[in-house]
Ligand binder design. Structure first.
Ligand SMILES: Nc1ncnc2c1ncn2[C@@H]1O[C@H](COP(=O)(O)OP(=O)(O)OP(=O)(O)O)[C@@H](O)[C@H]1O
Ligand SMILES: [Mg+2]
Length: 288
């Protein structure tokens, strides 16, 4: 099926103010699936932990001589294109690593921990990422922004630059309550920056690390009911169609340790299938 013009290009922020909620895993995995399906895909690593960069082949972006990162774009006037590198399964450039077709990365940087400080005094500080992404307009069908685990200025910039926000959460009552804050932030960004084009909507909720055994599952079952009651179809379904989210899988931390995106590391695994279903739930499909 040909891409539908009204749905691409799409800029999607993976958010949650809570750390360790599956943003990076979901961002790079969905990015890899989109790329495989033929979308020209860009993953933007907005987090100082650089997990998206590591997962796409770059263990230490700040140590790459002469290479610009997202921080150089934010703070030092570098062009976004200068921070874009090709994504790999396995360490970039190493023997046996594979260049992933259609998938590029805006390199993260440990210096992003200074981003808030820098942005606080910057002019039009909320627009930083939107302006950078405008530089590559038309070059990508899908842009996925991996956000840090807070709702600070970097994330506000990401929401402002996005068409859609996808919230990633681990199952639990506290985590569900956190969704309200994300919704409030999306509404606030639109209210304050609508005139600058802010229009993101909450497009989906991905539950990750979903327990698969019954003994682990009582709290999860309650959480699942609450999520579906409150958010209905926004809660994305996994492979079976009934089950919600991405099942717990040791392959996920393993694939990260090997610097291989999940579909490359565990092609026929449960979690891979769940992410394929979730990518479809977000409206992506294999392109001809
Ligand atoms: N389905 C899953 N099964 C098992 N482990 C998972 C699953 N999803 C995520 N994890 C693990 O949970 C941890 C957090 O995931 P991830 O790094 O994607 O979250 P994050 O929201 O990006 O975190 P941060 O806020 O620190 O950037 C990682 O160790 C990851 O391997
Ligand atoms: Mg992360």
């Amino acid at each position: 099926m040909a891409p539908q013009l009204e749905t691409i290009p799409r800029i999607i922020s993976m958010t949650n103010q809570v750390g360790g909620s599956g943003k990076s895993t979901s961002g790079v995995t969905i990015g890899a699936i989109c790329a495989e399906w033929g979308y020209r895909t860009l993953v933007v690593d907005g987090d100082d932990q650089c997990d998206a960069s590591v997962a796409l082949g770059y263990m230490n972006p700040d140590a790459m001589e002469g290479q610009k990162t997202i921080y150089d774009c934010l703070a030092n006037g570098a062009k976004l294109r200068e921070a874009i590198v090709p994504a790999f399964a396995g360490p970039a450039g190493a023997a046996g690593s594979k260049r992933l077709a259609n998938l590029d990365l805006v390199l993260g940087s440990g210096e992003m921990e200074n981003a808030e400080q820098h942005l606080t005094t910057a002019m039009a500080r909320e627009l930083w990422l939107k302006r950078l992404l405008d530089q590559v307009k038309g070059e990508y069908d899908v842009v996925i922004i991996d956000c840090p685990g807070n709702l600070g200025l970097v994330v506000i910039g990401a929401i402002l630059a996005s068409d859609e926000v996808v919230a990633c959460i681990k199952p639990g009552f506290k985590e569900l309550r956190g969704l309200t804050r994300i919704e409030q932030k999306i509404a606030l960004v639109e209210e304050q920056f609508g005139e600058f084009g802010a229009h993101a909507v909450l497009k989906g909720i991905i539950m990750v690390d979903v327990p698969t055994s019954r003994s682990q599952g009582a709290v999860w079952d309650d959480g699942k009911k609450m999520a579906v009651n409150s958010y209905g179809d926004l809660v994305l379904r996994g492979h079976t169609g009934e089950q919600i989210g991405v099942r717990r899988s040791t392959k996920i931390p393993e694939s990260y340790a090997h610097q291989k995106v999940l579909p490359q590391y565990d092609r026929a695994g449960e979690a891979t299938y769940d992410y394929i279903a979730i990518a479809k739930g977000l409206g992506f499909s294999k392109q001809r």
